[in-house]
Ligand binder design. Structure first.
Ligand SMILES: NC(=O)c1ccc[n+]([C@@H]2O[C@H](COP(=O)([O-])OP(=O)(O)OC[C@H]3O[C@@H](n4cnc5c(N)ncnc54)[C@H](OP(=O)(O)O)[C@@H]3O)[C@@H](O)[C@H]2O)c1
Length: 343
């Protein structure tokens, strides 16, 4: 017997990736797919990549009642719009994994600082577990609401937290220089994402403080048990998916940092610390749920640490499925065994 799940926002980029992963999952069954402007269409009409039986499923309105059989709801909706759907699903007795930012902050005031609006459901914030799988397994297993991390924070926190825990790196003012493909901005029409605006170029955006900086500060500090802060600059690149994040770190004994990361992630199925001297590329992770980390010592007291992941997989839907596996006591890697698409 498979476990019935629903996806709200199944026509967006992360939602479509969830449909692809869950349709092939050995233990989950797609019982309900929600959409907004595309409700009423079949999945095959809305998502050109989908074939087989899933393509014939009719998309329901986001606020349509969920079938009784559904145990888990993935909300892949814009931030702000997700909170009401999360509240309704929880009220109906479902467990929820929210891919938006609505439940990623422990405190409503941090949400307001980052997103500029009052939190729609502050009463639910204390129920949420921040779902960075490698660092919160036990809490995720028992959670009824998992706040799936953002893609930039995932690519920053995975290498940063174990290094902060060594006590050897300077925790304040960490420079996080990150690049993302355009799927990171979602599927909706935006002038700055038109082909002509993105192609053959690179630009920074989200200045002076991108909203993910609050998420990085909060969870780097929380997981490492100290006060950390980042200076984060995101950039958009003319590629469809992929993320490369470079951390500029200073502190003591940088020659030991590669070993510290290797030990921290020993046995982890989805985090690979590359051999010394080898640096990651987005092509090495595209289409997989893996995060690749490389370390390069740059001085007696400094190193750069580079992290690559696929923003739609380990940065969003892949990590959401990893968390769903944890929540239901399944093999954490179930449905996620794909290698990167290479070349
Ligand atoms: N893209 C990434 O790499 C990434 C990574 C991590 C986290 N996230 C987060 O995941 C969430 C989804 O991102 P995405 O990139 O998949 O977005 P997207 O491509 O823009 O898709 C948005 C989805 O939400 C639906 N929708 C739009 N407005 C709505 C509203 N007012 N009420 C209910 N549903 C609405 C859309 O339905 P219709 O198509 O039917 O209109 C679509 O299914 C966002 O909160 C985003 O920040 C994204």
């Amino acid at each position: 017997m498979k476990i019935d799940v629903a996806i709200l926002g199944s026509t967006g980029y992360t939602g479509a990736e969830l449909v692809r992963l869950l349709d092939a999952h050995p233990y989950f069954h797609l019982a309900h797919l929600g959409a907004h402007s595309q409700a009423g269409k079949t999945v095959g009409r809305a998502l050109p990549g989908l074939g087989g039986a899933a393509a014939d499923i009719t998309l329901r309105a986001s606020d349509a009642p969920l079938p009784d059989s559904v145990q888990l709801v993935f909300t892949a909706l814009p931030h702000g719009a997700a909170a009401d759907s999360v509240q309704a699903a929880l009220a109906a007795g479902k467990r929820v994994i929210d891919l938006s930012a609505d439940f990623r902050h422990a405190d409503a005031s941090t949400f307001k600082a980052a997103y500029g609006t009052e939190h729609p459901h502050p009463e639910l914030l204390s129920d949420a577990v921040y779902g960075l799988s490698e660092f919160a397994r036990e809490q995720i297993r028992g959670a009824r609401l998992v706040a799936n991390p953002g893609c930039y924070p995932t690519s920053t926190l995975l290498p940063l937290v174990p290094l902060l825990k060594t006590g050897n790196i300077e925790p304040r003012g960490i420079i996080v220089d990150a690049k993302s493909g355009t799927s990171g901005a979602g599927r909706s029409t935006k002038t700055e994402l038109l082909f002509c605006e993105v192609n053959e170029g690179i630009r920074a955006y989200g200045m002076p403080r991108h909203r993910h900086a609050w998420e990085m500060d909060e969870w780097a500090s929380s997981f490492a048990g100290l006060t950390a802060s980042v200076r984060f600059v995101p950039h958009i690149l003319p590629m469809t998916r992929g993320m490369l994040t470079t951390l500029h770190l200073s502190g003591r004994a940088p020659e030991t940092w590669h070993g510290a990361l290797t030990s921290a992630f020993a046995g982890e199925p989805f985090v690979r610390v590359l051999p010394e001297g080898q640096l990651p590329s987005t092509q090495g992770v595209r289409g997989s749920n893996r995060c690749d980390i490389g370390v390069c010592v740059t001085g007696l007291d400094s190193a750069v640490v580079i992290c690559c992941l696929d923003n739609l997989l380990k940065g969003a839907s892949g990590q959401a499925v990893q968390n769903a596996n944890l929540m239901f006591g399944l093999d954490e890697t179930a449905g996620l065994s794909m290698h990167a698409l290479w070349p």
